[in-house]
Structures are given as C-alpha cells and as structure tokens.
Design a protein around this ligand. Structure first.
Ligand code: 5GP
Length: 194
C-alpha cells in the first residue's frame, strides 16, 4: 500500500536491528486518514471472504480493526484483552502470546459470547513479527468454533518468521507493507505488498 510505505519512509525509525517505530502515525499518534485508508485496503482485499467479525488485540490493533470493520459495512470488532479484570465473564477463551516489544508473555482473553460458533472471522493487527499475537488470535478463533477467513497486518517484518509460517500453514495473509530490514536506523521496504 503506497501511502503506508510513504508514511513509513517519512516517519518510521529503526531501533536496533529489529524494532520499527511508527509512533507518529500508528502506535501513539494516529493519522486518521491513513488508518481509514488501511481499513479500506483490507476491506477490498478480504471482500470475497465476507468476514462477519474483525478480531484484534489491544491496544494498537483496535484502530485498524475499527477502520476495517467500518469499510466492510460496520461489522463488529472484538479485541482480545491482555489482562484479567473483575468485570470479565467466566466464559473466556484464552491463548498465550510472547510480546516482541514488551518482552513479556500476555494471556489474550476473549469472552466467547462475542465469537458465536461458525462466524467468519478476519484477524487484523498493526505488526507481524514472529507471529505470536496472530497465532494466539487464530487459536482463539478455533477454540470458539469459528472460521478464520484471513489475517491482515499493516506492517510485516519480513526478516522475522511470522509471515512465512502463516503462509506455510495456508493462512490467507495480507501484509500492506513489508519491512525487509533496518540499516543504520533507516527502514528498508519491499516495493510491493502481499
Ligand atoms: P509478533 O506477535 O508477530 O511477534 O509481534 C507482533 C506484535 O508485537 C504486534 O501486536 C505489535 O504490537 C508488536 N510488534 C512487534 N514488532 C514490532 C515493531 O517492530 N514495532 C512495533 N511498533 N510493534 C511491534
């Protein structure tokens, strides 16, 4: 997606060898137009799969999920929570995901009432690195007895294994921008998406 690649080129910074910082438009400050354009791009790429629910994980996935759900006809968004709370129901589906950026392991939690059996579910997130978050969300989709129709990520870090693994597993993966590496703080991008 051209506009996303341009935003990464303009505002993205590499931290060390493997962290892409895009706080300017995605992870701290949000560029509203770009987010809705990302949603429209996913809606177009996944239109044929006709998802009924968009599933993501808090926090940075929510804006992308909302934009995608809106572009797909205002279908619901469900986001996995990363911590337990007293107001959560007993019927929670859970899966573990090691966090690449926070260096801890989260238990992702979704109330199973929000994923009715047999629903067609599209998983979206901001980044795909090792695939921990995506696999945990896919696990929750399966526990719920739902059908995974695809995974959409704004930014795939192609130098990590998550994308390759999902493709090998036959998951319908769409990545709107692919980072191929970080050199001296500069982010290197593939010229196309997948
Ligand atoms: P994975 O679970 O695929 O290893 O990592 C994806 C998750 O970690 C995403 O939900 C994202 O929030 C976070 N993440 C992984 N790598 C990066 C990165 O380079 N930059 C940012 N901003 N987030 C990342």
């Amino acid at each position: 997606m051209q506009a996303l690649r341009e935003a990464i080129r303009q505002y993205g910074r590499g931290i060390g060898q493997d962290i892409v910082k895009v706080d300017m438009f995605l992870n701290h400050r949000i560029d509203t137009k770009l987010i809705f354009d990302i949603g429209a791009a996913f809606a177009q790429r996944f239109a044929a799969q006709a998802p009924q629910i968009i599933l993501t994980v808090e926090a940075s996935g929510i804006a992308i999920a909302l934009a995608t759900a809106h572009a797909m006809g205002d279908i619901p968004v469900v986001f996995a929570k990363k911590s337990a709370a007293v107001n959560q129901a007993g019927d929670m589906l859970t899966a573990s995901a090691a966090s690449f950026t926070h260096k801890n392991t989260n238990t992702l939690r979704v109330d199973k009432h929000y994923l009715p059996v047999c629903s067609r579910v599209l998983v979206v997130d901001d980044f795909l690195a090792d695939g921990q978050a995506a696999h945990a969300l896919i696990d929750i989709v399966r526990q719920a007895g739902c059908q995974l129709v695809g995974v959409g990520v704004a930014v795939e870090k192609g130098f990590q294994q998550g994308g390759q693994r999902l493709r090998e597993e036959g998951v319908n993966l769409v990545s709107l921008a692919i980072v191929t590496g970080i050199e001296n703080g500069e982010i290197c991008l593939a010229n196309d998406d997948r």
